[in-house]
Ligand binder design. Sequence first.
Ligand code: GLA
Length: 377
Amino acid sequence: MLNRRSFIRNSALTAGVISLLKSNAIASLLGDQGLKDYFKDDFSVGTAIGTRTLFRNDTEMLDLIAREFNAITTENALKWGPVHPNEKKWNFDVPDKFIEFAQKHKMYTQGHVLVWHSQVPRDLFVAENGTQISKDALLKRMENHISKLVNRYKGKIHSWDVINESITPEDGYRKSKWFEIIGPEFMERAFHLAHETDPDCHLLYNDYSMDNQKRRDFVVELVNKYKKKGVPIHGVGLQGHLNLDTPDLKEWEKSIEAIAATGMRVHITELDVDVLPYDWGRTSEVSTNIEYAKTLNPYVDGLPQNIQDKFTKRYEEIFKLFLKHRDKIDRVTFWGTSDDGSWKNNFPVRGRTNYPLLFDREHKRKDAYFAVKNLKQ
Ligand code: GLA
């Protein structure tokens, strides 16, 4: 017979069992399916994987990535600084783990990045005598870097970001050390070298704020020039570091259309949506003005419902746009996987609490995830 105490204990157990069953049911309803499955007829869905995840073999995160994504990029490990910190030293441990993971799960593998002005060794542009390196010597360094790296992962890295962020709306070509020392042909040379080393590899130019009309026009002009000259370029990466209200997606759409019209494939390479306020004109006041600093980091204890809703809606609109242009887009890659690991917690202000991705700090799917998924049902 059931006395009161065992009844209470049993009901508590039952409630526990029911909630467990419920969460199992939800999990099994979702099964092993992830974003890669919902969008399988549209484009690949990718994520940038952090060095720590690979290095520490974070199995919880690796399993999540394997369930959700079919494309993968290294967040930092293949950048010049980390992978080739000086002329004689190469760090292949993490990139090798990345390739192993990608191959195990049959993922599309994006190499990021061959030539960029940032995250390079401090002495890359310096000659042995301490002066600025000559054009020929820098070209040699670039050749050595590209041929060794592309060759090592030949047939395993399916696509490389050959050039990153080398165009600015103000100046056309960014006045980087690459440009200053070699001239604009450093870009063409890099594409040729990558292509000569791995002729089957898909080669991209990658940049941010591609909604900007001047940058868009310059990229389109560049691609057309390259096509005429036979420079092997196959696609353009639109990074996709977006905010809640900006940019206007219509401007971004114009870039997707204009790039595709040149015959290039479109890749969305670094998607995230920053929810925090920021005033570029007032940056310098952050350390001195406590009130201002608080307004920059307002959601330390969680995101208010109205902002969450706005965020969800924003992702829904973004993915609607991608689906509309699915014939032009090969891949949509998020810059990171879950909010806790996002670079957006530290940029453009360090130490904030941001919420830019589809997985929260406990690695659970957010409402925005389901909104995006539901576009396919
Ligand atoms: C740029 C680069 C990326 C990364 C992000 C910020 O978009 O292309 O490699 O550094 O900035 O993390």
